[in-house]
Write a protein that binds this ligand. Structure first.
Ligand code: ZN
Length: 417
């Protein structure tokens, strides 16, 4: 018999955590941090026996579907005795991120997820499916145990740079799925099912227009870990005749993908800027190998200002005054390639006020990391599951309006899979 319980995510986006129990042996999928938690708030682990101390032999392991905080963010509290499974590149990215930010993760995985390569964890047979998402090295998971087959979408989309993976999932889906645990980020209280995000290709075209029309520097705000977005911005920079300036953090993440077809230092027209905060970090830890690795491609404030009309420069909310004193804001244009909700939060509002005071306009060019309802419908049709269980949505009660055979389950409730 297979039992399942969602610990968090049955009625919210963020903090995803699912526990499966096959005849008394358990497996956990994701251990995310709630999105509404303050940066410094200590959030306790979900109540999964053995997760915090590793002392319960019935806990077989933890699988992290992809490197987004709402899926791995509490993993630093998990006992090192609990075997962790994650994508290899995802693991490297989080380790790099741990050097630069408090939100990274430096763990020692027991095994790595590989596209369509099944492996066993106790009585569970897992098959990862590399998918299209705004996080790099993200997977959906087929879990077989107790004679049942569960497909967990993780976070997924069909309009990014890896859209072919979604198409392949539709054309050769796993068969005989009993339970589809499906993310529904775009199932919102007010959605009617027709909403669509621009594709990465559409965002690229829009960026080219904006970059060409900007007289000064293009200041691009994006997540260093959103590799699709990095590729989009780089490609748009080249097409508009500009060099692309990464900060050291982005350069390290791009390298950590282990994928030579991702823009990184050494590529044509890629330069690296070292913001003050990252310089302090390198000096504090004596991590000069990081700066040595990019020294041929470094760009310094003087050149940044002189050539600002020829550059797309990686920008962050925290860099405002540094760029202002360097003289980089004159005639600049900010491109916001992140979720617009961040701008409604206190720090985002402060950032907008800063830009307004300095007469720097902001334009949105962003592709959502999550599938439209229309694409999710195609997925449900292809997988043809026995039931659809909603997760990762603020309106899970509305799933039944869009999808067949929906069964809702509350956080904390055990149910038969
Ligand atoms: Zn995600």
């Amino acid at each position: 018999m297979l039992k399942i319980r969602i610990h968090r995510g049955a009625k919210e986006i963020g903090g995803n955590c699912i526990e499966l129990d096959a005849d008394g042996v358990r497996l956990v999928l994701d251990v995310g941090r709630p999105l509404n938690a303050a940066m410094d708030a200590k959030i306790p682990l979900p109540s999964v026996s053995g997760l915090d101390n590793g002392d319960d032999p019935t806990l077989a392991g933890l699988v992290i579907s992809h490197p987004h905080q709402d899926h791995y963010g509490l993993a630093d509290q998990v006992s090192p005795k609990v075997p962790i499974y994650i994508g290899e590149a995802a693991h490297r990215i989080l380790r790099e991120s741990a050097f630069f930010t408090p939100s990274g993760l430096d763990c020692t995985p027991a095994g790595f997820l590989q596209n369509r390569k099944p492996f066993a964890v106790g009585p569970f047979r897992l098959t990862p499916f590399l998918n299209d998402h705004s996080a790099f090295d993200a997977y959906s998971l087929l879990i077989e145990a107790g004679g049942r087959r569960v497909f967990y979408t993780g976070d997924i989309r069909a309009h990014g740079r890896k859209a072919a993976l979604f198409k392949k999932l539709l054309s050769s889906p796993p068969k005989n799925i009993h339970v589809l645990l499906m993310e529904g980020t775009h199932v919102r209280p007010d959605s009617d099912g027709s909403e669509k995000s621009p594709t990465e290709d559409e965002v690229e075209k829009a960026c080219v227009e904006t970059f060409k029309a900007t007289r000064g520097a293009v200041l691009a705000c994006y997540s260093a870990q959103n590799i699709d977005c990095l590729v989009t911005l780089y490609r748009a920079a080249i097409q508009s005749g500009r060099d692309f300036v990464m900060d050291l953090y982005t350069a390290c993440i791009a390298k950590a993908t282990g994928n030579k077809s991702i823009p990184q230092p050494g590529w044509d027209r890629v330069r690296v800027y070292l913001p003050n905060s990252q310089r302090s970090k390198v000096m504090k830890h004596g991590a000069f190998e990081r700066t040595d690795a990019v020294k041929l491609y470094r760009i310094y404030p003087k050149e940044l200002v002189q050539r600002r009309h020829e550059l797309v420069v990686t920008f962050r909310q925290s860099l405002g005054s540094e760029f202002k004193s360097a003289g980089l804001l004159a005639e600049a244009q900010v491109v916001w390639s992140l979720w617009d909700g961040y701008l409604k939060q206190p720090k985002g509002k402060e950032f907008l006020e800063f830009l307004e005071r300095n007469h720097v306009p902001l334009v949105h060019h962003h592709s959502s990391g999550h599938a439209s309802i229309e694409d999710l419908k195609k997925l449900v049709t292809a997988l043809n599951p026995g039931c659809v269980v909603p997760i990762h949505s603020f309106a899970t009660d509305r799933f039944a309006k869009f999808f067949p055979r929906v069964t809702q389950h509350a956080d904390g409730e055990w149910w038969e899979g």
